[in-house]
Design a protein around this ligand. Structure first.
Ligand SMILES: [Zn+2]
Length: 594
């Protein structure tokens, strides 16, 4: 097997060991007509060695560079290499002596992978266009030339020009009362990993939830979002009691148009959220808890490379559960853990054995491949196991010290192991040993001692499900008190093959094809498509044209293909494609071959 240097970030060209960008000032104008950002970035650099670095190497993707100069205004020679499919283009700048600042004039491409430009017709209000970014994992480089590595933390200031009457927000300090006069200034004084760079511009209104929390979104959606997310302030307080002080000032959220490709994105001070969370009954708000938990695990303590993503996602998935338990009770928390474990078991079926580890060995792949159920759910099962072994009080002590110890640092899996050897394995040698720790981190499958999570209320769902499979009358299912979680569990654990009569029975009784809950609809469509229940296909068609969240659309297109509806998948995709975020279109192109 090929040996990799695990301290190296294989997804960045940057020469951070020689010279580091520590801060930048960004000045960009947004043009909806040209679909580009144009202006300049002024990078503050720090040489890392006695012998001053001769070159500054940056990451870029599809940027047009106009001129590069130093602080004296002297032009600097530079070269943009041919683009690599995954990494983009290396930008090599020749430095003069002890340059401290490098100014790059540039503009982005209308196809920039990290930016989506929506027409007014693609928004709720239909009046103004909309722009928003998605930088994780390596798309910040498609809108800012920088050292695009989680290891290279930066502070920044920004001045952004927009059309008059529109609001610009960033992953920085946002002033909700600012005049919408076309000029916005921002400051992020805490150093952040570059995948947390974020911007949005649209017809955005704001309302507060609590003293540190609030929501930005299109005016027509504002009230619904505020009531859905009304527990956010309480979540911040609970998270602080578990993990220590919240270090980012405000915790605001922006609820984006349905093409936002993720459930949420933990951009500091301004988490980005999909509108598919607005279910009307707070049933999907654990995503709010998840993005909030990242304020500690992910944004304070960060993965150093995409191989180490589990340190962000595993701890955060665990924490989400603790926040949910404190706000909504133990039963809801248990339901979610069982569902997470179910998702993981599903992925065990298709993931090659050597990839069934919490570490994501994507050194020679697209880092998007690191986002699987192993980095999230297997890693969170590891953290739950630690909690079980140590007991909650001792485990909580470990966690808070761990977060404090590595605050504002990027760490590798090996850094975590070294830290655990000095703390966990010494203080709790009777509860966990090194072999067990390493089995969790490097082992494939689940460790032999692993006890699967259970939930009494989901056990009841299975009992009802089995009765229905025998008796065949869905009206007799005791489903009136079921939450989204019960429905997800019921639908995802159904046998592979069902009869048309069974599907019709379920649909007639519970109107599943017309479900307004994005999670229930998705779980139902998966079952319906797999069993060629064609009454659901028109609803699948509109769902795929309306929603661009990767978690839903990727598997649905796959299901359509697998069930023999490749022509239908193509027909839908042909129309829907331009509405999806550029960062997921590449993946979808591989599923639906137009
Ligand atoms: Zn996450």
């Amino acid at each position: 097997m090929k040996q990799f240097d695990f301290t190296r970030d294989y997804h960045s060209y940057a020469n951070t060991h020689e010279v580091k960008v520590t801060h930048f000032d960004l000045a960009l104008a947004i043009s909806f007509e040209q679909k580009h950002l144009s202006g300049h970035v002024n990078l503050a650099i720090e040489h890392q060695t006695e012998n001053l670095a001769k070159q500054l190497i940056l990451d870029t993707r599809d940027l047009t560079i106009d001129r590069i100069e130093n602080s004296q205004g002297q032009a600097l020679a530079y070269q943009v290499d041919d683009a690599d499919n995954v990494l983009g283009s290396r930008l090599v700048i020749d430095l003069i002596a002890d340059d401290m600042w490098v100014k790059i004039n540039y503009k982005t491409s209308p196809q920039a992978e990290g930016l989506q430009w929506l027409t007014p017709a693609q928004t709720s209000g239909k009046k103004l266009p909309y722009l928003f970014s998605q930088s994780q994992p390596i798309n910040a480089r498609s809108w800012i030339p920088l050292q695009d590595s989680p290891k290279a933390r930066v502070t920044f200031n920004a001045k952004i020009m927009s059309p008059h009457g529109m609001r610009v927000v960033m992953s920085a300090e946002n002033d909700a009362d600012v005049e919408l006069n076309g000029v916005f200034t921002f400051r992020m004084a805490e150093p952040i990993p570059t995948h947390l760079m974020a911007i949005a511009c649209g017809d955005l209104a704001f309302k507060t939830i609590g003293k540190r929390t609030g929501v930005y979104t299109e005016p027509s959606m504002l009230d619904a979002c505020i009531s859905e997310f009304e527990d956010t302030e309480k979540m911040v307080e609970i998270a602080e009691s578990l993990l220590g002080p919240y270090r980012w000032g405000r915790y605001d959220m922006i609820v984006l148009p349905p093409s936002f490709p993720f459930g949420g994105m933990e951009n500091p001070r301004l988490a980005f959220m999909t509108p598919t969370l607005i279910a009307g009954d707070k049933s999907l708000v654990s995503t709010v808890a998840h993005e909030l938990a990242h304020s500690w695990t992910g944004n304070l303590v960060s993965n150093a490379t995409w191989r180490d993503l589990w340190l962000n996602e595993g701890f955060t998935t665990y924490f989400t559960n603790r926040i949910v338990e404190a706000v909504y009770g133990r039963e809801m928390a248990e339901l979610e853990v069982v569902l997470e474990y179910g998702r993981l078991l599903e992925e065990f079926k298709t993931m090659p054995v050597e990839k069934q580890t919490v570490t994501a060995n994507v050194q020679e792949e697209d880092p998007n491949n690191a986002f699987d159920r192993f980095t999230y759910d297997k890693a969170s099962m590891f953290v739950h196991d630690l909690e079980r072994r140590l007991g909650r009080t001792d485990f909580d002590k470990f966690l808070i010290t761990y977060v404090q110890h590595f605050s504002f640092k990027a760490i590798t899996t090996e850094d975590f192991i070294a830290y655990a050897k000095e703390t966990l394995l010494v203080d709790h040698s009777d509860k966990i040993n090194e072999t067990e720790l390493l089995e969790w981190i490097h082992g494939v499958g689940m460790p032999s001692w692993f006890v699967p999570p259970t939930s009494k209320s989901l056990d009841k769902v299975i009992t009802s499900q089995q009765q229905w499979l025998v008796n065949g009358n869905a009206n007799e299912l005791e489903a009136s008190s079921w939450s989204v979680h019960h429905w997800q569990y019921f639908l995802t654990t159904l046998p592979e093959l069902l009869t048309q009569a069974q599907l019709q029975d379920l649909d007639d009784s519970f109107n599943l094809t017309l479900s307004k809950n994005a999670e229930i609809a998705f779980a139902w469509f998966t079952v319906a498509v797999r069993n060629n229940y064609e009454a659901a296909l028109p609803a699948v068609d509109s769902y795929l044209k309306e929603i661009g969240r990767g978690k839903f659309v990727r598997p649905l297109y796959k299901s359509l293909n697998d069930a023999g509806y490749t022509d239908l998948a193509k027909e839908i995709y042909q129309i829907a494609r331009s509405g999806y975020h550029p960062s997921i279109v590449g993946m979808l192109d591989n599923i639906v071959k137009l």
